[in-house]
Structures are given as structure tokens and as C-alpha cells.
Design a protein around this ligand. Structure first.
Ligand code: AMP
Length: 225
């Protein structure tokens, strides 16, 4: 197996999406973000989208059954056969078990889990000021730390910038509670499988990217040996 199949783990606001945008280019991976997939369903007003929105707006997790089906189908698509990077999945032990089973069944496996750690108060600061482009949610800004050239307008494509409904402070705090209760146990889960790679999410974006890229390059080299 030489495909690089990665999981990005960490609290909301750790910078997973930002790093994913860079890493997918470095290693030619498909970036699969469950949050983006769900937001696309919400935008298209599908049945799944309207069900998911209630959970998302409250900062709760969408039920496992919905998410697992969505992801197992996605990773079986041809463009994911040369390697993928999961961002925002798995978020529960049930999801992690289901992912393992689905990969096992097709003779594939996870290559590494990239954990980006950031303290809670920093998460709140980052997310409450975050603004995303309505046209491409990978174009991300911060009112204080990374403002666009023109207030409220995306530098890259001129589209409007908005605050995600779930980036309001009370919802961010709920999302953090949910992360600690349901997702953080996956740190030990993947550490026990010897797959965990830890990174300090307080480092500047570029420096963090270089560290992740270097570590993943050596994971890939070992895979090929
Ligand atoms: P994110 O953009 O990854 O922060 O996801 C936004 C919201 O989508 C989360 O707060 C959840 O409500 C929902 N969501 C995304 N991924 C998952 C998942 N793997 N399991 C359950 N809910 C999810």
C-alpha cells in the first residue's frame, strides 16, 4: 500500500482546514471535510441537510449513522483511491470503528493521524473572529489576525465573507464540550494503534505546515520501503 490515507484530528478552530488545503497539494490527496459536505447539503436544502442543520446550529454532532454512510461512500469513489485526508471525521469511537471496518474490507488502511492541539481559550478567540467566503469555504479569514484587504470581501474571488452560524461564542463553547467528551478519546484510540502524530497548533500557520509536511514525507517514505 503506497497511498497516503490521513486523518486530521483536533478541536474545532485548530487550523485543520487551513493545513488540509496545503497538505492536499503537497501530497496530491483528496480533502474530505464532513463539515463542508454537510454545509453543502444544508445550502442545497436536501433532506439530510435540513436534519443535520439542527444539530450543527446547536454545536452537537450529527448522528453517526448519517455521517458513516456519507463517508464510506465518499472514500470508495475513484478519486480517493490514491490517498485521502479526512478532516472532521471520525469524531466518535463508533465512527472510527466503522472507518476501520470499511477500509479493512477493501484492503486499505489509515497511514497516520495528524493531531493539531490548541487550548480552549484560543479556540474561542479564533472561531468567534473567523469569517469564511460564501463561494469557497476554504477561503478563511480572521477579523483580527488575518483580515481581508477589503472588509467583508474575499481577497481571492471577491465573494462575500460571512460568520458561520456555529461560530458564535456560546455555540463554540458547546462544540468544545462535545469535542472533549466524544472526540478527544480518539487521541488514545489512535495512539494505541501507533498512528498518532502530535503537532502544536499554536505555531504560525507556515511553520506548522512545514513540520506536518516533513513528518508526512517520512511516513510516506517508510510506507514505500
Ligand atoms: P466542522 O466544520 O468540522 O467543525 O463541522 C461542523 C459541524 O458539522 C459539527 O459541529 C457537527 O455538527 C457536524 N459534523 C461534522 N463532522 C461530523 C462528524 N464526523 N460527526 C458528526 N457531526 C459532524
Amino acid at each position: 500500500m503506497s497511498e497516503l490515507n490521513l486523518i486530521l484530528l483536533g478541536p474545532p478552530g485548530a487550523g485543520k482546514g487551513t493545513q488540509a488545503e496545503r497538505i492536499k497539494v503537497d501530497f496530491k490527496l483528496v480533502h474530505i471535510s464532513t463539515g463542508d459536505m454537510l454545509r453543502a447539503q444544508v445550502a442545497q436544502s436536501t433532506e439530510l441537510g435540513s436534519k443535520a442543520k439542527e444539530y450543527m446550529d446547536r454545536g452537537e454532532l450529527v448522528p453517526d449513522g448519517v455521517i458513516i454512510g456519507m463517508i464510506t461512500e465518499r472514500i470508495a469513489e475513484p478519486d480517493a483511491s490514491d490517498g485521502f485526508m479526512l478532516d472532521g471525521f471520525p469524531r466518535t469511537e463508533t465512527q472510527a470503528d466503522a472507518l476501520r471496518e470499511a477500509l479493512d474490507a477493501s484492503g486499505r488502511e489509515i497511514s497516520a493521524v495528524v493531531l493539531v492541539e490548541v487550548p480552549d481559550e484560543e479556540v474561542v478567540r479564533r472561531l468567534a473572529g473567523r469569517r469564511v467566503c460564501v463561494k469557497n469555504s476554504a477561503h478563511i479569514y480572521h477579523v483580527e489576525f488575518d483580515p481581508p484587504k477589503r472588509e467583508g470581501v474575499c481577497d481571492q474571488d471577491g465573494a462575500r465573507l460571512v460568520q458561520r452560524d456555529d461560530d458564535h461564542e456560546d455555540t463554540v463553547r458547546r462544540r468544545l464540550e462535545v469535542y472533549h467528551a466524544q472526540t478527544a478519546p480518539l487521541i488514545d484510540y489512535y495512539d494505541d494503534l501507533d498512528l498518532l502524530l502530535r503537532f502544536d497548533g499554536l505555531r504560525p500557520v507556515e511553520e506548522l505546515h512545514k513540520r506536518i509536511r516533513a513528518t508526512l514525507a517520512s511516513v510516506r517514505m517508510q510506507q514505500r520501503l
